[in-house]
Write a protein of this length. Structure first.
Length: 209
């Protein structure tokens, strides 16, 4: 099922906001990625020639089961079909330049291959999505490690908030934010993203051209 949109949440872990020298948000910071950014396990992240500083961000991804608009928090989890581990790749140098000029982040976040996505598990397999260990290793070295309990805005809140803006459609994806430890991805790196109870996501990076 192809998503109509990929909704992403920035700075949803306090320590990641701190490491980015950013203000801790009081409402979700929302941006979008195009569906063309998606790749599957075993595929390659292509590092674009126009960026010399692409960063990794490991995230819990939520897939929406059915159409919903202005969903109440109390009903939100009934709209979740499943969970997967995903990566949000960011051209950090392009993003920094956009921030400096007050421009959107769309280019920095939206390159082809910048949204690797693991296989989904149904909600019945995950007892509590807000108590999952989450990590990313590159070439066998752990770069990010955290737990989804540390999200500032939990999944019901995000669904309520997002559905008040966008009609959520079956197959839509919500990338729920990343813990601290983000950093660069280099040509030839082997990335392994893990969330407890979910299939592992393995991808490799290569420089374009």
């Amino acid at each position: 099922m192809n998503p109509s949109k990929i909704l992403c949440i920035g700075r949803n872990y306090t320590r990641h906001a701190v490491e980015m020298s950013s203000v801790i948000p009081t409402v979700p910071l929302v941006f979008l990625k195009p569906p063309s950014a998606l790749i599957n396990p075993g595929d390659e992240i292509v590092l674009p020639g126009v960026s010399s500083d692409v960063h990794h961000e490991v995230e819990l991804v939520v897939r929406i089961a059915r159409q919903g608009k202005s969903i109440l928090r109390e009903q939100a989890m009934s709209f979740v079909e499943g969970y997967a581990v995903g990566l949000d790749l960011t051209a950090r140098d392009i993003q920094a330049e956009a921030k400096k000029k007050g421009y959107p982040w769309s280019v920095a976040k939206g390159f082809d291959t910048f949204a690797p996505l693991g296989a989904f598990s149904p909600v019945s397999d995950i007892k509590n999505p807000h108590a999952l260990d989450i990590s990313l290793s590159i070439n066998g070295n752990v770069r990010q490690s955290g737990n989804t309990r540390d999200m500032i805005f939990d999944i019901p809140f995000l669904i309520e908030y997002l559905s008040g803006i966008f009609t959520l459609m079956p197959g839509d994806l919500i990338y729920t934010g990343t813990p601290e430890g983000v950093g660069p991805v280099e040509d030839g790196d082997e990335l392994e993203a893990k969330i407890s109870g979910l299939p592992v996501l393995n991808v490799r990076a290569r420089r374009a051209g």
